[in-house]
Design a protein around this ligand. Structure first.
Ligand SMILES: Cc1cc2nc3c(=O)[nH]c(=O)nc-3n(C[C@H](O)[C@H](O)[C@H](O)COP(=O)(O)O)c2cc1C
Length: 380
C-alpha cells in the first residue's frame, strides 16, 4: 500500500509536493492590512517545514470587510508588494501559496482573537482600535451586544462582487498559486447562506437557491475572471451545528453548484454563526470531528475536499486519505505547536528515516544527533 500523504497531487496548473496544507489562520497582527515581518517569518516557516500548500489567513477584500484592525488586506494596490515578498518566501522553500479572501460581514469590527475575540469595547478604542459599522445580509447582529450591521443594498452587493474580483487579481499579481473564497464561519458569504443570519426578502434571501446566489455569483465571477490554470477553492461551514440553521445536506447542494461553476475543491470546516459555535469557541469536539463532512461532500457532490479539524498526527491524516474521505489535509493549531509537522509525520510513517527530507543544513546534523540521543524504543 503506497502512502498518500506524501504523494504529489495537482489542481489545474498547480502541483503540490504532498497533501499537507497549512490551514488558514488569522494572526490579527497587520496594520492597515499590510504584511510585516511577523507574517514573513510565520508563513515561510511552514514552507520550510515541508508542507505542500500554505494558505495565507483570511484577507480582507475591502477595508470595511476586515474582521479586526489587525487583518491582512488586499483592497489596495499598495498592499501587493508585501504579499509578493511573502509568496516569494513560501515558494523559495518549495511550497505553493494560497490566499483566503474574505469579507467579515456582521462579525466585523471585532477584537483581535487574543484580545478577547468579542466586540470592540471602549477600552479597545481608547487603546487605539478603530470601531466601524459592519455590513451584512440583514440588519440583524451576530449576537447580543454586537453592532447592528447595515443591510447591504443591491449596489453594495455589486460593489462587493467587484471587490472580490479586484482582490483576487491583486493576489495573482503577488504570485499566489491558488485562491480560496471564505464562505465559512459566519463571515459575510456564509451569513448570506444561513437562515440564522439572512432575513432578506429579495432575490438574495429566503429559499436555499436565493441564499446561495451571492456566494455562487462570486465563485462564478472569479472563475470567469481568473486564468484557467488557477485553481479556486472554497471554505465552507458544512453545518451551523444548530436546528434551523445551515445543514450538511445544504452543503452538498452548494458543493454541487460550486463544482458546476468550475471550482476545484471544497474545504470543509463548520460553525461560526453562533457565539458558542464559532470555529475557535467552546464547541465540544474530538480528533477529526469534521472529517465526516469532507467525506460526505466528496462522495455526494463529486468534488475534491480538504479535511480539517484536530487532525493531529501522520497516521490519522493518512487514514483519512486512504479511506477516500478527503484529498487534502489541513493542519491548524497542531502546526502552530509544531511547524515541522510534515517532517515529523514523514518520520512517523516511515517515509523519512534519516532526515533526508529535512532542509539539508539541518538533516546532516540531525542524523548524527539522532544516533546519539535515540531511546532504545526508537523515540527521539
Ligand atoms: C489562530 C487561528 C486563526 C484562524 N483563522 C482562520 C482564518 O483566517 N480562516 C479560516 O477559515 N479559519 C481560521 N481558523 C480555523 C482553522 O483554519 C482551522 O479550521 C481550525 O483551527 C481547526 O483546525 P485545527 O484543529 O487543526 O486547528 C483559525 C484558527 C485558529 C486557531
Amino acid at each position: 500500500m503506497s502512502l498518500k500523504l506524501f504523494e504529489n497531487c495537482a489542481f489545474r496548473g498547480v502541483e503540490l509536493r504532498n497533501r499537507i496544507v497549512l490551514s488558514p489562520m488569522a494572526m490579527y497582527i497587520a496594520d492597515e492590512g499590510r504584511v510585516n515581518q511577523f507574517h514573513l517569518t510565520h508563513y515561510q516557516k511552514f514552507a520550510m517545514g515541508g508542507m505542500g500548500l500554505v494558505v495565507v489567513e483570511q484577507t480582507a477584500v475591502s477595508r470595511r470587510g476586515r474582521i479586526t484592525n489587525g487583518c491582512l488586506g488586499l483592497w489596495d494596490d499598495s498592499q501587493i508588494e508585501g504579499m509578493r515578498q511573502l509568496v516569494a518566501g513560501i515558494h523559495h522553500f518549495g511550497a505553493k501559496a494560497a490566499i483566503q479572501i474574505n469579507h467579515g460581514g456582521r462579525k466585523a469590527s471585532a477584537q483581535r482573537a487574543w484580545r478577547g475575540n468579542g466586540v470592540l469595547n471602549d477600552e479597545d478604542v481608547a487603546a487605539g482600535e478603530e470601531r466601524w459599522t459592519p455590513e451584512g445580509p440583514s440588519d440583524f447582529p451576530f449576537a447580543e451586544g454586537w453592532p447592528v450591521p447595515d443591510q447591504m443594498s443591491p449596489e453594495d452587493i455589486a460593489r462587493l462582487r467587484q471587490d472580490f474580483i479586484a482582490t483576487a487579481r491583486r493576489a495573482l499579481k503577488a504570485g499566489f498559486d491558488i485562491i480560496e473564497i471564505h464562505m465559512a464561519h459566519g463571515y459575510l458569504l456564509q451569513s448570506f447562506l444561513t437562515p440564522l443570519a439572512n432575513r432578506r426578502t429579495d432575490a438574495y434571501g429566503g429559499s436555499l437557491e436565493n441564499r446561495m446566489r451571492l456566494p455562487l455569483e462570486i465563485a462564478a465571477d472569479l472563475r470567469a475572471d481568473l486564468p484557467a490554470e488557477v485553481p479556486i477553492f472554497a471554505r465552507i461551514s458544512a453545518t451551523d451545528w444548530v436546528d434551523g440553521g445551515w445543514t450538511i445536506a445544504d452543503s452538498v447542494v452548494l458543493a454541487r453548484e460550486l463544482k458546476r461553476i468550475g471550482l476545484d475543491l471544497v474545504d470543509c470546516s463548520s460553525g461560526g454563526n453562533l457565539l458558542r459555535g464559532a470555529t475557535n469557541s467552546n464547541l465540544a469536539r474530538g480528533p477529526g470531528y469534521q472529517v465526516p463532512f469532507a467525506r460526505q461532500v466528496r462522495e455526494e457532490a463529486g468534488i475534491p475536499t480538504m479535511a480539517v479539524g484536530m487532525i493531529r498526527n501522520g497516521a490519522q491524516a493518512e487514514e483519512v486519505l486512504q479511506e477516500g474521505k478527503a484529498d487534502l489535509i489541513a493542519i491548524g493549531r497542531q502546526a502552530l505547536y509544531d511547524p515541522f509537522w510534515a517532517y515529523h509525520a514523514a518520520q512517523e510513517l516511515g517515509v523519512d528515516k534519516d532526515f533526508e527530507s529535512w532542509p539539508e543544513p539541518y538533516g546532516w546534523w540531525l542524523q548524527k544527533w539522532a544516533a546519539n540521543v535515540r531511546a532504545p524504543d526508537g523515540r527521539l
